[in-house]
Write a protein that binds this ligand. Structure first.
Ligand code: 0PR
Length: 383
């Protein structure tokens, strides 16, 4: 019911606290299956200070628009591109939809088809449906990366683009992007890399010496990349990123907004009114942490995931789906449904809907949380 008369701030807050007491919080250490984390305090400060900025009307917030451009510039550099074109958007879903939209608009074929790995995120199902693009699913190999031969066999005159994934949602697997890039160049088809999760992990993990395939704009077939600051970038939700290699992709999805208070603009994002503060927070976090700061966060997450995988392997009745590539470790048990139910009953924020339980070693996950989880898992599996 819409209340007739208002209550005091304190009363309303009290009720909010009571009602959200059911929520799992990141500091409880119980959320092991999420790609989000408690944002960095500095990002929260930035958001609070610049909460009113709207990048949907950049003529009003000219400074913020320039900062978004700089943030896109720094992300492009991280991904091996001197100058890129793109936006800080609402998340990986919007970023992926924008990439498919650009590819479809530029291809200009009547019955557009997109080739994507079986392991692709469900955001592409939304993209296919909204954009009238047929999804052609490519097989995975035994190591759960996409079968590049199968991708090649699925190419037709209607293919508008190919998707590769750098950090799959379920297992954190990085596809053979160099081979996909070669294929894309050979057939003259653009390649989009979904690095929504891996974008803020792989560059740092590689610098730490982890052996992970190349995945970014250094490969010439890669025309666009999704990279989400609201996952491993430590920025509050919503903050996704889409970067294109060339301006023509942005032009292909830009719509004229003629009457805004700040003047007419061309707008490429799906959302109109959109948070400037989050884009500023992306910029601020990159400036504050720098490559070294992110490397430190990634080092901890990667080391913890290697340790965790080793501990899991010691438990009889538990098996790893595959050796971890990034900071995601997935495993199964003999009676997975029961394991899931029991672990959930003990308060753990995990799910097993893909045929395995996925643990994401986000920055809020600490060794003591994992030790407690392993203890519970040992008991549950033994029962
Ligand atoms: N691409 C990949 C590879 C992803 O893993 C995800 C999200 C997306 C795109 C879409 O990103 P947005 O959700 O930002 O639009 N993957 C996570 C998942 O589906 C999202 C998530 C995050 C799920 C936090 C749970 C959670 O608590 O698993």
């Amino acid at each position: 019911m819409f209340p007739e008369r208002g209550e005091s701030e304190e009363e309303v807050l009290e009720e909010l606290r009571r009602k959200t007491s059911e929520d799992l919080t990141f500091d409880s250490g119980k959320i092991l299956g999420s790609m989000c984390t408690y944002p960095h305090p500095f990002a929260i400060r930035v958001i609070t200070e610049f909460i009113d900025r709207n990048l949907g009307d950049p003529g009003l917030h000219v400074g913020s628009r320039k900062i978004e451009e700089e943030a896109v510039g720094m992300l492009s550099n991280l991904l091996g591109l001197e100058k890129g074109y793109g936006h800080i958007v609402s998340g990986g879903t919007e970023a992926n939809i924008l990439a498919v939209r650009a590819f479809r608009n530029l291809a200009g074929v009547e019955e557009p088809e997109l080739i994507l790995p079986k392991s692709a995120h469900f955001s592409f199902i939304k993209a296919g449906e909204m954009l009238g693009v047929k999804l052609v699913w490519a097989k995975l190999k035994r190591d759960y990366s996409v079968d590049v031969k199968d991708v090649e066999e699925k190419i037709t005159d209607n293919t508008i683009g190919i998707i590769g994934i750098a950090g799959t949602t379920g297992l954190g697997v990085v596809d053979d992007i160099p081979a996909l890039s070669d294929l894309a160049l050979e057939y003259g088809i653009p390649l989009h890399v979904d690095a929504a999760f891996g974008g803020f992990v792989i560059p740092f993990a590689k610098a730490l010496g982890y052996d992970i395939p190349d995945f970014d704009f250094r490969l010439k077939g890669v025309k666009s990349i999704t990279i989400d600051p609201h996952k491993m970038g430590m920025v509050p939700i919503p903050a996704g990123g889409i970067i294109f290699r060339e301006k023509k992709y942005i032009d292909a999805i830009s719509v004229l907004a003629p009457y805004l208070a700040g003047g007419r603009i061309w707008q490429a994002t799906i959302t109109g009114t959109r948070p400037g503060a989050n884009a500023l927070a992306v910029w601020a976090m990159i400036k504050h942490l720098g490559f070294e700061g992110y490397k430190k966060i990634v080092r901890q997450a990667m080391e913890l995931s290697r340790w965790f995988a080793k501990e899991l392997k010691k438990i009889p009745g538990v098996h790893l789906i595959r050796e971890p590539v990034l900071n995601i470790v997935s495993f199964s048990t003999k009676n997975l449904e029961k394991t899931e139910r029991e672990l959930k009953r003990r308060g753990w924020g995990i799910s097993a809907h893909r045929g395995y339980i996925r643990i994401v070693l986000m920055p809020h996950v600490r060794k003591e949380h994992l030790e407690e989880f392993l203890g519970d898992l040992r008991e549950v599996v033994k029962e």
